[in-house]
Design a protein around this ligand. Structure first.
Ligand SMILES: Nc1ncnc2c1ncn2[C@@H]1O[C@H](COP(=O)(O)OP(=O)(O)OP(=O)(O)O)[C@@H](O)[C@H]1O
Length: 262
């Protein structure tokens, strides 16, 4: 579905991401793991060019290279984002926030007018799927953190995406709520065939919810395999790695393990 080819991101002398090549497969729930500063957000943000690679290309099957402005516009329309701090408009209702997911389908001028009944129906259905239909007309600043994140997921769904990128979506939630949010996200992605790339700090949640784990350290992919292959040695390498040892740890090519097609 998406192919990253030798993508690097550099800030001055710091490599946030080093020459990374990765295939992201349709319908797969991929979790990015790694210590703070490992490059998870950078990799995730590259996938819709919120972060510009300093080298390499990103190819979306059926669309083309993301460096092309029109390709990027089409790709962003079909890519939903879920953020750590939810990024909702506090004084608006859940439904109003969710309908923001439709903006990419309209010109700036058109978006000044009310959305069609069909689009409102899409928004309400998304809220229903995250279990918050009864909160549609409640202001989001009156919702709990977990409910707000479910609104964030519903907003992404209202976009009718093929891909969801979630950057530490449960970082500010308690363990039980984190499980609930990830459960909902995974279930909906599976039902709709949506691919997901989710960065997490919790190894246990990665093991429970992912189809594939990509482990990063110092801007480099050090592990890429099914969750059952994640062992203590790999975790030690991911979380204790010194920059000088990074290139010495072999990467396990995921595609060769599962033989998935694009
Ligand atoms: N805008 C920026 N300017 C300079 N350096 C940056 C910038 N964004 C990220 N970095 C650096 O790039 C590296 C990777 O950062 P990134 O945010 O991708 O890591 P992360 O794994 O997501 O970390 P965390 O789990 O703490 O969010 C870090 O060394 C970080 O300091």
């Amino acid at each position: 579905m998406i192919q990253l080819n030798d993508v690097s991101v550099r800030y001055g002398d710091t490599y946030a991401l080093r020459s990374t090549s990765l295939k992201l497969h349709k319908g797969q729930f991929t979790v990015l793991l790694g210590a703070s500063g490992a490059g998870k957000s950078t990799l995730l943000r590259c996938i819709n060019m919120m972060c510009q690679p300093s080298a390499g290309t990103i190819d979306v099957v059926g669309l083309g290279l993301l460096q092309n402005r029109r390709v990027l516009q089409a790709h962003r329309r079909q890519t939903g984002m879920v953020f750590q701090q939810h990024q909702l408009i506090a004084r608006r209702t859940a439904l109003q926030n969710v309908l923001m997911g439709r903006l990419g389908y309209h010109t700036t001028l058109r978006s000044l007018f009310p959305l069609s009944q069909e689009e409102q129906r899409i928004g309400l259905r998304a809220l229903d799927r995250v279990g918050l239909l009864h909160k549609a007309l409640t202001r989001v600043d009156q919702l709990s953190g977990g409910q707000q994140q479910r609104v964030g997921i519903a907003r992404a769904l209202t976009q009718q995406p093929k891909l969801i990128l979630a950057d530490e979506p449960v970082a500010s939630l308690d363990p039980a709520t984190s499980e609930k949010v990830l459960e909902i996200l995974r279930q909906i992605c599976k039902e709709d065939g949506i691919s997901a790339v989710v960065s997490l700090h919790q190894v246990d949640l990665a093991l429970k919810y992912s189809d594939r784990i990509v482990g990063l350290a110092h801007g480099k992919v050090m592990f890429d395999a099914v969750p059952t292959d994640l062992n203590e040695n790999v975790l030690a390498a991911l979380y204790d790695a010194k920059p000088s040892t990074v290139s010495e740890v072999p990467t396990m090519p995921f595609a060769s393990i599962l033989n998935l097609s694009m």
